[in-house]
Design a protein around this ligand. Sequence first.
Ligand code: NDP
Length: 448
Amino acid sequence: MMKHDFDLIVIGAGSGGVRAARVAAAHGAKVAIIEEYKVGGTCVIRGCVPKKLLIYGAHFAEDLNDAAMFGWDIPGCTFNWPVLRDNVLAEVGRLEAIYTQTLANHEVTIFHERGELAGPNEVRLASGEVRSARIILVATGARPMLPPVSGVEHAITSNEVFHLERLPKRIVIAGGGYIANEFAGIFHQFGSHVTVVNRSDTILRGYDEQLRDRLLQISLAKGIDFKFNSTFNSIEKAEDGTLKIDMGGCDDLEADEVLFAIGRKPNVDGLGLDAAGVALGDKGQIKVDDDNRTNVPSIYAVGDVTDRIQLTPVAIREGQAFADSVFGDKPTRVDYANVPHAVFSHPPIASVGLTEGQAKNKLGSVRTFTSDFRPMKNVLAGRNERSLYKIIVDETTDVIVGLHMIGPDAPEILQAAAIAVKAKLTKADFDATFALHPTMAEELVLMK
Ligand code: NDP
């Protein structure tokens, strides 16, 4: 007879949790997963997937504009936000059903309610029922941070942005990171007036400086406003619905929506971590070792709740490594070197490896190759936006240690180039590769 109800209970059915549950079940474990909202987590339900679909929708604005120079006369083009919103939400519903089906196919029991730890091997469900497992995996993700500002309840976060009843004429976006720049592009293309407000004097800290500056210049030229070194004092809602924002560091602002995108914090509140004796780090994250194990031997954690790299593919790898190691007799550790990342701004940025600054600090002598060009499509369309690609090479070994791009399809191109960086190919390998002409990506093998 089994000592516990399950071999594994996973709390949180997001990217990391679903992968871990599915793989552990495939290894023969009896698995349950607890999810209080929808199966799929942030990425599928209110993150990467619906965001990318909005990016596609937003891109039509530029393409329709550019189409005229390519001979297309498209009169009476209008944008209908509810149509796109509802189609995107329907697609999210379809994906949620697929995720749920996948779990069912692997005979994973799903509890559609909230769960909290009641001890090292026990979880208490919202219904009051207590279930036990030999191993518990916490994969509860993270949630948007909100600042302690009076009137913040009038603002939205990336959770609500996909459900807006109507498109705002004016939107103020707080933050200068991923979400702020992605939604600045989206709303601008849909015709909203966008103001991005950041507490510091920069956007996208951590990305290559030249790329960040290129995105800022292109965004400014498009008409997106930026307020730097600025903070929110209070937000008041007027009778006509206008949000009146009292600002520090810049003039006061008015908007129809305020979107806070100032980072995400681990979802640990009310999880019973104290009861189970699980230790947290200084950012409120669950502390784990290289095997995703907490200080309590029967409790593991993966994904954003551990605040390592807050990216879906990383959570998936962690979930897979956990399940293979603990249930598959295949000890696996995630290699966090050269994780590619992208900002789906307009135009997008994509990056892998060290920035020029990081490479100089780490390696001493580096060579930097740059291609600053105007894609031929932009030339014919009369669009002034220039792309910028950078390759950072270790001078001693000729190995490419960083690759950074801003321009159309940069994330699509970089995904393939990231294989070369991960494989430690050299600049000579790139030079020896024939160009595929005419493409934008050929610049990668033509830099002198
Ligand atoms: P980011 O960490 O990307 O950016 C946060 C921004 O908010 C920064 O500009 C930062 O300023 C500012 N900020 C941080 N703390 C505060 C504060 N207390 N008050 C005011 N401003 C503050 O966060 P996002 O919310 O945009 O995204 C969260 C995470 O989600 C990302 O880090 C990323 O891992 C993930 N994500 C990934 C995407 C992708 O892969 N394409 C898309 C969306 C999200 P400064 O840096 O100048 O100090």
